[in-house]
Design a protein around this ligand. Sequence first.
Ligand code: CP3
Length: 355
Amino acid sequence: MNKPKNDTFLRALLRQPTEHTPVWLMRQAGRYLPEYCETRRRAGSFMDLCRNPQLATEVTLQPLARYDLDAAILFSDILTVPDAMGLGLYFVEGEGPKFERPLREEWEIRNLSAPDPGVELRYVMDAVAEIRRALGNSVPLIGFSGSPFTLACYMIEGGASDDFRTIKAMLYDRPDLLHHVLEVNAGAVTAYLNAQIESGAQAVMIFDTWGGALSHRAYREFSLAYMERIVDGLVREHGGARIPCIVFTKGGGQWLEEIAAIGCDAVGLDWTTDIGAARKRVGDKVALQGNLDPVALFAQPEKIAQEACAILDAYGPGSGHVFNLGHGISQFTPPEHVTALVNAVHEHSRKLHQI
Ligand code: CP3
């Protein structure tokens, strides 16, 4: 039902045969595109843009108009969930996201509760529905959320951090409190992703940007276990179609087998992992998504194409690979370099797929 005309992305996630390797880019709608900056100016601020379903739809479609991408991703942010919990999200130019009321006191943590996605996050569901209408049956739409641990990093630190000393002190001294936050977050994320699926998201991705900052033992207990709960609670079929789920822990290459075992359909890789070796390690358990160094996009177009081909060749023939960057695209990326990347992935990968 309502199958997109180009469903290469969905088929690759389910390791079904495709004609080429699909490609999309994390943060594909963003500040490297002048048309994005223009729409953001009209919206007033980044959060006003996220809260306006028409404008969120406009920016979601902008990279698809420029490039032959195989998927769209909802324009929003992972921090809309803690914002809806009442923490007061705001952005300071050059400093990134911040919360007015970070979680510091035990009573604040005990009072934390999951928002109702149909109420406090209604604007996200409206954007999902509006984007689906605008996409027609062209390419699939990806919904997303932050992982419970990554959300907790911002909620407890109050913003970006380079050492995570507040949340890590809590992890070591008061693990009970951190577990409580993660439990609330896991419930909130499950309900939020399921609501996105109900509203029309055709695949979902969990961004665990900071799980890789944890120690080996702590990763499983404080990040992976909660992502497993989410995956267990996700709606896996909607409108007669399977809804694939991608889990991405930045810096998580060493835990690949464990991530692949939580029931997700695909694992995202950052650029520090050899995708060929990763494929051998996960076997036919999951698809892989990644993993060009986003900074490679500052090289000359011929070099970008070469690097993309090296990743495609390292993965090797057959389905199960979704090409992406190893993290979000930089705001300083020359937009025409993305054209070189997308075209190289499509052209070169045809040789690796024979159906
Ligand atoms: O991929 C996409 O195109 C979809 C949109 C998307 C955004 N943020 C838009 C955005 C997605 C999937 C995210 C996820 C996100 N947000 C993550 C996880 C992925 C990752 O990059 O690690 C994280 C950690 C955040 C939190 C966040 N929001 C940060 C660190 C920033 C950047 C702050 C800065 O000033 O550089 C944001 C803001 C943000 N989210 C922007 C965009 C396009 C730029 C804001 C702007 O237009 O001013």
